[in-house]
Design a protein around this ligand. Structure first.
Ligand SMILES: [Zn+2]
Length: 130
């Protein structure tokens, strides 16, 4: 039992690393910059400069983190297929904490939601064409 708990912990850590790596890779591919690793309490993240990116590109960088976690689930499922449900459960728990826009923590879902709202506000402020 202890070994599966330890394995789940390692997989969760691998998902978190892949998550941050996904943010960094997509940001760099789109022309943004990686400014380093950031720590707030026991949470670790990456600092990115996305000033040169469009709103949709920033949305892509945000979505890349959770999407990268799928790669870890696929790798674990290939290596240890009998625990497939556990890998998916860990992914689901990570996504519940990060993809749902809770608005109490600045997670990716909240940031995507704010970008979507900003995009909608910007679209409605455009002058009418004559
Ligand atoms: Zn993220």
């Amino acid at each position: 039992m202890l070994h599966i708990v330890f394995t789940m912990f390692i997989v969760a850590c691998a998902m978190l690393a892949a998550h941050e790596f996904g943010h960094v890779v997509v940001t760099k591919l789109l022309g943004g910059q990686w400014l380093g690793v950031e720590r707030q309490g026991f949470l670790i993240g990456v600092r990115l400069s996305v000033d040169s990116l469009s709103i949709s590109q920033v949305a892509l960088t945000l979505a890349a983190g959770p999407a990268a976690e799928i790669v870890i689930v696929l790798i674990c499922s290939l290596l240890v297929p009998r625990y497939y449900a556990l890998w998916v459960l860990i992914l689901a728990l990570q996504w519940i904490g990060n993809v749902i826009p809770w608005h109490v923590i600045p997670n990716d879902g909240t940031r995507l939601w704010q970008l979507w709202q900003h995009g909608m506000i910007k679209a409605t402020r455009q002058p009418a064409k004559t």
